[in-house]
Design a protein around this ligand. Structure first.
Ligand SMILES: NC(=O)c1ccc[n+]([C@@H]2O[C@H](COP(=O)([O-])OP(=O)(O)OC[C@H]3O[C@@H](n4cnc5c(N)ncnc54)[C@H](O)[C@@H]3O)[C@@H](O)[C@H]2O)c1
Length: 310
């Protein structure tokens, strides 16, 4: 089977591509930044091409060149773009639509795309309870609105054309090389791991970290499935305040210099109580404890800095 991964050289994409190739699957990657990573170790199994998802022709060319059975779309603008609404809309909304429409006209009816926990908005909109995929969406940021529209458009394609398009809503994806999107929970681990101080406004601010390897595995399993039971899945994660995360880091690095300007912040947090039983149950996924993932990230950074593992 062949999977075309759009945005496949990014943070999640590069891992999803490797995981597919390690299973012996053929993978074609299209990315605007094709040289960000090398898949040379997989030889002909992984091919990489440059393309811009905003250009419908590029997407169609990529589909025709690779003749995929499945398409995974991870191409998006993360962590910025509020000051460039026109460009960001083209990448996030038109780009996603280009993916769905190119899949349709080329006869690929299985598509998996990234939505986000951001669609739900603030935890305060739900009170102190878990949120699942059927709850109302309250996200109002540009990013959240684009993801909400992506989900709407996927449903349109599914109902009008009988396609089988599935969304995954990652939570706060964490990993040693994350540079875009939510990064406070990442810097709380990576900067102390390389001996640098780090400071945050509020210790009670909640995050919902989930390791990038676990998210990549979720994308792969959902993509390889012929007929997922649902059209959207939460990855969820492990809810933790930045203050408690700092304590966890200090458990491995007692000298870690992590400071906070003040307490509080819980009431300002995005949705951090997320029910992911749909994804974990159907795809038999189990996340390792956060503590062991924090240790993995610390040791990834220490290895890159020539330091011994903790
Ligand atoms: N990282 C997270 O915490 C997180 C959380 C929730 C949802 N998501 C979603 O997961 C998906 C992947 O996120 P990521 O963390 O891997 O981001 P990333 O920025 O690392 O990867 C995005 C990839 O898209 C590529 N790209 C950008 N513009 C393009 C264009 N015009 N044409 C083709 N490719 C283009 C980039 O070069 C990059 O390789 C995104 O849809 C993101 O919104 C991520």
């Amino acid at each position: 089977m062949t999977t075309l991964v759009l945005g496949g050289t990014g943070f999640i994409g590069r891992r999803a591509v490797r995981r597919l190739a390690e299973r012996g699957e053929r993978v074609a990657v299209m990315d605007i930044n094709p040289n960000a990573v090398s898949f040379a170790e997989f030889g002909d199994l992984v091919t990489v091409m440059r393309g811009d998802i905003i250009e419908f022709e590029d997407v169609v060319k990529a589909v025709l060149a690779s003749r995929p059975d499945r398409i995974m779309n991870l191409a998006y603008l993360l962590g910025s773009g509020d000051d460039t609404p026109h460009f960001t809309m083209k990448l996030n909304v038109l780009g996603m639509d280009n993916c769905f429409e190119a899949a349709r006209i080329c006869g690929v009816d299985r598509v998996v795309y990234a939505s986000s926990v951001a669609v739900s908005g603030q935890q305060s909109a739900f009170g102190d309870r878990m949120v699942d995929e059927d709850d109302a969406m309250h996200g109002t940021s540009q990013y959240a609105m684009h993801k909400r529209f992506n989900e709407f458009q996927a449903q349109q394609f599914n109902s009008v054309y009988g396609m089988n398009i599935t969304g995954i809503r990652p939570a706060n994806v964490t990993g040693p090389d994350k540079v875009r999107g939510s990064t406070d929970h990442v810097m709380c681990i990576t900067l102390p791991a390389s001996g640098e101080p780090v400071s945050f406004p509020k210790s009670g601010f909640m995050r919902l970290p989930v390791h990038v390897e676990d998210v990549a595995e979720a994308f792969v399993r959902v993509t390889l499935s012929d007929s997922p039971h649902h059209s959207v899945y939460n990855t969820g994660g492990i809810p933790i305040s930045l203050g408690d995360l700092a304590e966890m880091v200090r458990g491995f690095l007692p000298d870690a210099d992590i400071s906070f300007d003040s307490d509080g912040g819980k009431e300002d947090s995005g949705n951090y109580l997320v029910d992911n039983s749909r994804l974990l149950g159907e795809f038999e996924l189990e996340y390792p404890p956060l503590q062991s993932r924090v240790r993995d990230i610390i040791n990834d950074v220490r290895r890159d800095n020539g330091l011994p593992p903790v």
